[in-house]
Design a protein around this ligand. Structure first.
Ligand SMILES: Nc1nc2c(ncn2[C@@H]2O[C@H](COP(=O)(O)OP(=O)(O)OP(=O)(O)O)[C@@H](O)[C@H]2O)c(=O)[nH]1
Ligand SMILES: [Mg+2]
Length: 332
């Protein structure tokens, strides 16, 4: 592992992990190459990055030529919204669409037969005063895995891998999903990270969500799942239909995003508590100023903070690390 990678490199690397188009990939890779410190320890990474860049360029060209006169594949791109994104995946009929219905106002079709969902469907899940984006996806089997689902997994903050406790085939189907994904450059894992030496191999944090705990024999099937599947994902057992376990899962999804909520106020006015901004834990005042408006970040003189870690109205600078439910007043 090469030492002293710059924060800009790390940031581009993280963005690369989330990239869902060749254009985005290329841009991130180019930043990574630019930011890579040049010494003996980084020779291999340097070569790998160059290789990836030429591959991304080729893919981009191929995609552009495909686009001419043909329908764009994979359906429309879903913009990121809310505090973060969790993608619901699994075998056919496990209850993915039912889960999206239970958590959001989206109304995907739920049906007792497999392959009901054909394209990704987003919905917004409330958690206290913030929203989290959930995306329902078409099913995955040993033979069937839509490439755009892989892109969604890569770009997600969290994957909800569902298992069917309502069928004796549930375990085999779950195993098939995990195996199918493990054959790609996108992987499920206990935490999100990029492979240190193999640029492009990306791991996304995953929860295992066995569903239909309400049906007879579900407990026995869950035990069998524990015996046969040796995953180390954190597990949340639910009934999407009856609501069992859903509040615990809702909390866990939000907590997994690892963000803090920040409210804004204007001088001499009350704070706007309607809709907080959210930023990754450890994020600074300058970062949130950038999110609000580029001008704020560029011209920020100082800011005042009301929150649990400071006296009310304390003056702070751009490097102040925000805490959950801080109220900020930006001065430019
Ligand atoms: N008993 C029970 N049935 C459920 C539960 N969740 C979903 N179902 C049923 O399981 C079937 C499949 O549900 P869907 O939500 O359509 O499953 P899906 O994973 O979206 O299926 P595809 O879109 O085909 O991949 C439906 O008949 C649901 O009513 C649950 O918690 N308990
Ligand atoms: Mg569905």
């Amino acid at each position: 592992m090469p030492a002293n990678l710059t924060p800009q490199y790390r940031k581009a690397e993280e963005a690369y992990r989330r990239a869902s188009t060749p254009e985005e990939e290329l841009e991130c890779l180019q930043t990574m190459l630019r930011e890579l410190p040049k010494h003996k320890g980084t020779d291999k990474l340097h070569a790998e990055l160059k290789q990836k860049i030429s591959k991304a360029k080729k893919e981009q060209q191929q995609q552009q030529s495909r686009r001419v006169g043909t329908k764009k594949g994979g359906g429309p791109r879903i913009p990121r919204q809310g505090a973060g994104r969790a993608v619901i995946i699994g075998a056919p009929n496990v209850g993915k669409s039912q889960l999206l219905r239970a958590f959001t106002r989206a109304r995907p079709e739920v049906a007792a037969y497999p392959f009901t969902t054909h394209e990704p469907i987003p919905g917004m899940m409330p958690w206290k005063d913030v929203m989290v984006q959930l995306i329902d996806t078409p099913p995955i089997t040993a033979e069937f895995l839509e490439p755009n689902v892989l892109g969604l997994i890569r770009g997600a903050d969290l994957v909800l891998l569902m298992a069917d406790l309502g069928s004796d085939d549930g375990i085999d189907q779950l195993q098939a999903v995990v195996t199918k994904i493990s054959e790609t450059r996108t992987r499920l894992a206990r935490t999100s990270y990029l492979h240190e030496d193999d640029v492009g191999l990306a791991f996304t944090r995953t929860f295992l969500v066995p569903n239909k705990i309400d049906v007879p024999d579900a407990e026995e099937r869950l035990q069998a799942l524990h015996e046969f599947c040796l995953f180390d994902f954190t597990e949340y057992v639910i009934s999407a239909q009856l609501g069992t376990g859903l509040e615990v899962l809702r909390d866990a999804i939000y907590q997994a995003l690892d963000v803090v909520r920040v409210y804004t106020k204007q001088p001499n006015k009350k704070a706007d508590f309607d809709r907080p901004y959210t930023i990754h834990r450890g994020g600074t005042l300058l970062e949130i100023a950038e999110m609000i408006h580029k001008d704020f970040a560029a011209n920020l003189k100082c800011a005042r903070i009301w929150g649990s870690h400071v006296h009310d109205g304390t003056n702070v600078k751009g490097d102040y690390v925000l805490h959950d439910q801080d109220v900020i007043e930006l001065h430019i």
